[in-house]
Design a protein around this ligand. Structure first.
Ligand SMILES: [Ca+2]
Ligand SMILES: [Ca+2]
Length: 146
């Protein structure tokens, strides 16, 4: 048992909350980069939905399962699984373990205020992630050893 606890703490130190020590600000920049298909620095809602539909295995009913979301989130943004799991739960407002496009859109649209134009500017994505990402309170890279 003691060995197991020791092993678990070593693993936590090695992996931390983000494998690349990315801060939430960096993750926000990477989300924009990934979804901004026409590279104008702004993510339109169609760019966001295209990204989720084409690259994130959005299922037929336009929802991502817990597994699909966390797998893709970890792949693209290098958060530790526990961090991605918590992030999913923060986004999954009705708790059905399915993240639907409308769920995400409804949350992001509340940050569409700088300017209010039906598109997601980097400052809006940043505000959104700081509100919902589990490690948003950490200004530097999140994760042990960062
Ligand atoms: Ca764009
Ligand atoms: Ca906007």
């Amino acid at each position: 048992m003691r060995t197991l606890v020791l092993l678990a703490s070593v693993v936590a130190v090695v992996y931390g909350a983000n494998h690349l020590c990315w801060s939430v600000d960096q993750i926000s920049d990477e989300v924009i980069k990934l979804a901004d298909a026409n590279a104008d620095g702004i993510v339109s809602y169609s760019e966001l939905s295209d990204e989720l539909l084409n690259d994130w295995n959005l299922s037929n009913d336009s929802c991502l399962s817990f597994h699909d979301f966390t797998t893709n989130w970890n792949l693209h943004f290098h958060d530790h699984h526990d961090t991605a799991h918590q992030f999913f739960h923060n986004l999954d407002l009705n708790g059905d373990r399915q993240l639907c496009l409308i769920d995400v859109a409804v949350q992001i649209i509340t940050y569409d205020d700088n300017p209010t134009d039906g598109q997601i500017q980097p400052v809006e994505m940043n505000a959104f992630l700081h509100a919902v990402h589990p490690d948003s309170h950490k200004n530097g890279g999140h994760g042990n050893g960062c």
